[in-house]
Design a protein around this ligand. Sequence first.
Ligand code: LRH
Ligand code: MN
Ligand code: MN
Length: 426
Amino acid sequence: MIPDQRIHDLNQSLLDNHQFQLNYVTDLLGRRQIDAQDVIRQIVDFQVAIPSWALGTGGTRFGRYPAGGEPRSLEEKIEDVGLLHKLNGSSNSISLHIPWDIPQDIAALEQLLREQKLVIDSVNSNTFQDQKDQPYSYKFGSLLNTEEAIRQQAIQHNIDCIGYGKQLGAKTLTVWLADGSNFPGQQHFRQAYQRTADSLASIYEAMPSDWTMLIEYKPYEPHFYSMVIPDWGTSYALCQATGKNAQVLVDLGHHLPNTNIEQIVARLLHFGRLGGFHFNGSSYGDDDLTTGSSKPFQLFLIFNELVDGKLDQLVNNPAVAYMIDASHNTKDPLEDLLQSVDNILTTYAKALIVDRATLREAQQNNDVVKAEETLRDAFLTDVRPLVAEAYRQSGGALQPIAAYRAERVREQLIQRRGKLSVSTGL
Ligand code: LRH
Ligand code: MN
Ligand code: MN
């Protein structure tokens, strides 16, 4: 939809100013013995998956106000992610949600993925809604249900998800359970946990040995008295019981306000069980807003732990799968995703330039102020030219949102898909 030449021309008009700013940061970092090119290379390598359900407006149980031109099929969702990837070179994969994204023509999808330079990231199961023609209801839970037949139905659905993923080369199954209770006494806590653990074990057994199962936690919603996997400790315990390829997934919005998420990240890295990350912005709970929009320093502290863990030879953690998990009603979803990726990369770059030797020394000497100032030094450095350069080096736009607007992409999408097209989503 945006020809390479057009991106090149748009970049050309910004190049002079960009080069000036890039030279400045490069010199500044050079004085701190940091190689800017090395940071840029790491930004280029950092890829964030886009979930199929973030491409439309949603994320609300109240009014929904479609952006227009939302993708109507899996093929159109792949095209939208391809467009994002073309603009920023940082979103090379798409996560599927079954049954919203059941692949039909596998050969054609593979061809489309190749054309768009994308791969399939994870497949996400859905046992939080009843589907048409489904024999049993999940009203009282799926993997924890007291009824054996209902548990079996939910287990089979997860196994089917693995089957769909295999067809398209995915290697990750993400399980988020809406299972829980709304009233005291409704569920027997220990038995509900055990049934969940047993069901997960059955799914794990059906998973190929080179796959990863990500187990996501959430403290409340849709249930408000108890959730069967409310916190990282429960996810961790389930992973321990399930097998070495089961990993904890941290969704930034799945914490009670003021939770120290960076410490959770550090703990999981220490245990080698941090498998996945869902980025979004949150003030209260599962707000699913733009990543980094209201708490940029918190995001920086989280990235600081991720980078620190990666550099520490004592940490034995598999590669972390990064994904954006956001969906709301206010912005154009594609602009929102470009902003989220930009905030993620900018924050990652800041974590990469933390003076770790000084930080370690300050921590060792209990020099509280020095330690904090070391973090602030990195956080307050304007690294945006490094991210822009990373976009440019990967063939993208120096300013992806400006390019998206200049090309009037939303208007084009509305023309093709209609004003009222509504994508499947949360
Ligand atoms: C529900 C949720 C969760 C999952 C997604 C599929 O809270 O947003 O974060 O990852 O649905
Ligand atoms: Mn999530
Ligand atoms: Mn969520």
